[in-house]
Structures are given as C-alpha cells and as structure tokens.
Design a protein around this ligand. Structure first.
Ligand code: C2O
Ligand code: CU
Length: 425
C-alpha cells in the first residue's frame, strides 16, 4: 500500500449500532449474539493518520454500554469508560469524535459488563495507515476470538471458575468464523495484522512452524523486522507480520497456537485456528525496508529508577478470588503529570500470567525481571509472567483527564485487577 498522492485529512463517519444478532460462526451453526451493526466482529474501520473518526454508537441492547478505543491516543473524554462518560443507556446515542494520531492496528470494544458484552461479540478492528507504509502484495486482518458454548449450543453463562482463570471457549474463531482457510499466492508477501480479542486465551501463534517476520506491535511498526517461527499474543495484544514468500504451491499450513502455560490450572495444548494454503505463483511487488521505524529510548542506558510500583495480586475470598492492584480492588492510583517521565515497575505477585494494559498512552518495555532491554516497539499491552516483573516507561503528552490500567483478562479486570489514575497539568 503506497500513498504517493497528497492526501487531505477526511472525516470518517461510522454507525455502530449495538444490537442482538444471529451470528453464524460456522456453516449452519449459529448463536444469538450481540454485534455492532449486527456483525461479529463489528465493521472494520480503516482510516489514515490525521483523519477524524466520528463513530455514532446507538444502544439497542437491553443494558448500558460504552465503546473503548483500545490503543488510541485520544482525549480522555473519548476513551469510552464509565470514568469519563455517562454510560449509554438502552435507546440512547453517543457520538465519539477524535483524530487518528498514529498508524497501526487497533481495536474497539465494549467497556461495560465486558465479560458478557465482548464475549457476545461487541468488538471490531480499526486500522490506521501512515503516509509512508511499506509495500506488500496484500494486507490481511485476522481478529482472533474464542467462544464458550453450553450443551445446548448457546453462549455459555459465566462460570464461577472463570473468575479465577478467565474464560476460555472451545470454538476458535478468526474474523468470527471457525477454522477458515486463506490462500496466499506462492512468491508473494502479505502483511498480516492480528488482534487477540479473546477474554483470557493466550495465543502462541505458529504458521505450521514456518518462519515469518515480526514487523509491528501494539503501537505500529517496530524498529526492524525480526525473523521468528512463533509469537505470543495475550488478550488485547496486536502484532503485525510479514508472511511469505512460500515456494511450495499447494502446501497447507496450520494457523495454530502452540502450548503455553499461563496458569497451572490449565493444561497447555496445541490448537488449530485455520489453514493457510499456498496458491498458484504470482509476481511480487513487496519490499520491506530493513529499518521500519525509529524509536528513541525514553530512558538512557544505565541504572533504572522506577517512579512507581504496580503490584498485581490476588486474595482468596468466600466467592473465590479477588484480583488486586497494590492490595486493593479497583485501586485509585496517584496522578501523573503531563510531560513527566514515568517509569513503572509492574510486579506480578501471583503465580499466573497477567496482560497489563494501559489506556491512552504507549509505553516502552525497558526491563524484564530487572534485566534492561532496548525498546524495539511501542506497546499498550504487555505480558507479565507469574512472579515476574516488567518495567515500562512512558511520557504522558498533554491529554489530562481520567485514565486507567488493568489486566486484559476480562474476568480479572471485572474482579478488581484495575486502577484509575489521573493525568494532570
Ligand atoms: Cu481493551 Cu480497558 O481495554
Ligand atoms: Cu489477570
């Protein structure tokens, strides 16, 4: 995708009517779900940096809702949480309006009663193109989700156990469909944008063991491509890949997740999500630069002094587990000042992994378990392994207001592993 023409900023209008729908996730297999415009995932929104997105939410659900724009550096009042707006009641409308500041792969989802609303289908992808994107033969979006059904084939009710380990379903979905097949022409290189919209499932992605290149993360392109054979997507995460070229026409590769142990309560297993078929050869115009983005480290090399410690914890109660930040459910953390460098130590005191998500600001991962690392990407979601520690850095730009961070395992967020904090001038 090249943008050689001079483009002027546009206003993109999207209707997002949240309503009940019949979701056909496999041929002849349907469930009653909730979707934006009746679709699961909701409409894919594509814009360019500098465009203004105007999204009209209409609530035709039987309960209140709001839309959070995951990964977008937007004004606090547009963040779509109950902390910054009155939740949208059944029958009401709300207009989100903000400019798209960064190129990358983002997503939007309900931020009310999330364990129910996102599970039922209230999520979609948002792709923002920069002025000078690398050239690929195709651009493909894969939104991953899993669905838990009961014995009668309906979306299962929340189980008590979900509060502990998070909800995982047995039906694995790409773009709302079970086990899809994609075809890539032999000789071509595609850009794949992946979003993990699962409530709790970690995806250790593999393409039949073939190498692919990691080119982007939560906050757009990374510094340079890296050749790998797998990559981990926690709930909330995005990753961008260069897939191909393949030479073996007719080959079928499994789009799969390898075993990953995020908690001792679940037996890790390998799962197949879909198939990638190598089709007839076609010419390629793809060219991937060796340098994709320049990311200046926020913190100079040398000893790291954290400005804040965020402890992820748990407490046994009579109804199972409460999930905590600094020993408190739904913690209220101290404010941060616009322009002041933040160095946060995220310490996981539990035995289970948690995907830490910060609203509204990208951060750099500057150390893992105290070992410094040079930042190669911008992130808004990072995995903190059980008993592990991740140090992040960000400098809040001038968008004062109420923000939050939380574990993106939806059941943990709901059970208290979240905090409010304010950005002040
Ligand atoms: Cu996608 Cu508050 O999160
Ligand atoms: Cu968690």
């Amino acid at each position: 995708m090249t943008n050689t023409l001079l483009q002027t900023a546009r206003e993109i209008h999207v209707e997002l009517e949240a309503r009940e729908t019949t979701w056909e996730f496999a041929p002849g297999r349907t469930v009653t779900a909730w979707g934006y415009q009746g679709l699961v995932p909701g409409p894919t929104i594509v814009g360019r940096v500098g465009d203004t997105l105007v999204a009209h939410l209409t609530n035709h659900l039987p309960e209140p809702t709001v839309i959070h724009w995951h990964g977008l550096r937007l004004p606090a009042l547009m963040d779509g949480t109950a902390a910054v707006q009155r939740v949208v009641q059944p029958g009401e409308r709300f207009e989100y309006r903000f400019t798209l500041p960064d190129a990358g792969t983002f997503w939007y989802h309900s931020h009310a009663n999330e364990t129910v609303q996102i599970e039922r289908g209230l999520y979609g992808a948002l792709v923002v193109l920069g002025p000078d994107e690398p050239v690929f033969d195709a651009d493909r979006l894969l939104v991953l989700d899993d669905l838990k059904l009961d014995r009668r084939g309906r979306i299962a009710k929340t189980a008590l156990f979900d509060r502990h380990s998070g909800r995982e379903g047995e039906v694995l979905l790409i773009n709302g469909r079970s086990e899809p097949t994609f075809t890539i022409a032999a000789g071509q290189i595609e850009r794949w944008r992946l979003v993990n919209a699962c409530s709790a499932r970690y995806v250790r992605l593999s393409l039949g063991g073939r190498p692919f290149r990691l080119i982007g993360s939560d906050g757009g392109l990374r510094t340079e491509p890296v050749l790998v054979t797998e990559t981990l997507l926690t709930p909330g995460d995005r990753v961008e890949l260069a897939v191909g070229p393949f030479d073996d026409e007719g080959a079928e590769l499994a789009i799969e997740s390898l075993p990953y142990r995020r908690t001792s309560m679940k037996r890790p297993r390998r799962d197949v999500w879909g198939t990638l078929r190598v089709g007839p050869r076609a010419p390629s115009v793809a060219s991937i630069p060796t340098t994709l983005a320049s990311i200046a480290p926020l913190v100079p090399a040398g000893p790291i002094t954290p400005t804040r410690t965020v402890r992820l914890g748990a407490r046994m109660t009579f109804h199972g587990h409460d999930w905590l930040i600094n020993d408190e459910q739904h913690h209220h953390d101290v404010p941060v000042k616009v322009g002041e460098l933040q160095v946060w130590d995220i310490v996981n005191e539990t035995g289970m992994d948690h995907p830490f998500h910060l609203h509204g600001f990208f951060f750099q991962v500057i150390a893992v378990d105290g070992v410094p690392c040079a930042p190669t990407s911008w992130e808004d979601t990072v995995n903190v392994v059980g008993k592990g520690r991740v140090t992040i850095a960000f400098r809040p730009d001038d968008r004062p207001g109420k923000w939050m961070y939380h574990c993106h395992i939806l059941e943990h967020h709901a059970a208290g592993m979240m905090a409010h904090f304010e950005v002040v001038r």
